[in-house]
Design a protein around this ligand. Structure first.
Ligand code: PEP
Ligand code: MG
Length: 324
């Protein structure tokens, strides 16, 4: 499938209106690394570090992680890699972690909540990342931040790790960027100060959509009821993009929907200029973006909104049909 889009692999995703969307890839395993070149991705927008923990039967050692992360940075060859700290709990259960008896794991003790309550692994991971960077730029992102204070507390762990590395005489990263995933609606309403302090935001659409509609992402029956192109959801996304714009906070989208061409087009029409997706999706998404006018897509969405449509999908599909 990749070869079908080979001719546009090294071209930018510039839409007919002139806007360019930066397309990045999601990764997590060493097997994903060759795609960095093959897919034409402009970096890794989401590196799911928990995958390295899930494929083992015990907690990996710090030196082992540092070596893995260094290989990722080597493969990226200067392109930006966003390392997301451990996102476990909910559907991602480590075989060597004591199972939590929780009635609602998706709403439970997961991701940064675990990282802040039991900071041992988070600290070890941050040290491994700092050592892997070894003087190169480093980008770290925290999953499932639901309130400003959690971001601050997680950041404090980074500051501590940096101070520790400095004391040991290790080389520090050339630059250090620390961001948060926005995947709970609460964070969209965080104080302006949060948006000023956080260095970037990545919208985790999979979880955000699950919590926006209160519909379990693992439950086919309820999941399918709510379209990503639902007018309310797109309006919410647009509000987040606008909030970020007010404070000049870089914002991207890294949920699975970024890899679906029509969804990606609508996200771009809502103002998103960075999308991160499965490597195989980059070609098809770029193909559609390059032959679309985002301003026109935006007005199709606006008309659907004004008509009171539930989803913009029918209107967008109709418009796309008339395109060529
Ligand atoms: C998301 O929630 O959209 C996301 C990218 O994280 P994950 O799918 O790993 O929960
Ligand atoms: Mg998530």
């Amino acid at each position: 499938a990749q070869s079908r889009y080979a001719s546009i692999r090294d071209l930018p995703a510039t839409a007919r209106c002139g806007s360019t969307v930066c397309l990045q890839m999601n990764a997590g395993l060493m097997a994903d690394l060759p795609s960095l070149v093959g897919s034409g991705a402009e970096g890794v927008g989401l590196f799911r570090t928990e995958l390295q923990f899930l494929i083992r039967n015990k907690v990996p050692r710090r030196s082992e992680l540092a070596a893995l992360y260094a290989r990722v940075l080597d493969a990226a060859d200067g392109r930006r890699v966003v390392f997301r700290t451990l996102d476990i709990g909910s559907d991602k259960v480590l075989p060597y972690m004591k199972p939590q008896d929780e009635p609602n794991p998706a709403l439970g003790w997961r991701a940064i909540r675990v990282g802040l309550d039991k900071p041992g692994v988070l600290r070890m991971q941050l040290q491994a990342l700092l050592r892997a960077a070894n003087g190169r730029p480093l980008t770290v992102m925290f999953p499932f931040v639901a309130q400003f204070e959690e971001y601050r507390a997680a950041r404090e762990q980074v500051d501590k790790a940096v101070a520790g590395e400095e004391k040991l005489g290790h080389v520090l990263p050339e630059t250090l960027e620390i961001g948060a995933m926005l995947e709970t609606p609460s964070l969209a309403f965080a104080p302006r100060k949060f948006f000023e302090e956080v260095e970037f935001i990545s919208i985790g659409g999979n979880d955000l959509k699950q919590f926006f509609f209160a519909a379990d992402r693992e439950n086919e029956r309820v999941r399918r009821r709510y379209d990503t192109l639902n007018v309310s959801f797109l309006t919410f996304i647009e509000d987040i993009v606008n909030r970020c714009r007010e404070t000049d906070t870089p914002v991207s989208f890294c949920g699975e929907d970024a890899g679906r061409p029509v969804e990606a087009l609508c996200l771009a029409a809502m103002g998103l200029r960075t999308l991160s997706m499965r490597p195989a999706s980059i070609g098809p998404v770029k193909h559609l973006l390059r032959r679309s006018n985002l301003d026109e897509a935006r007005s199709v969405i606006e008309d659907a909104r004004n008509r009171g449509d539930q989803s913009v999908r029918p209107a967008i599909m109709e418009w796309l049909k008339g395109q060529n």
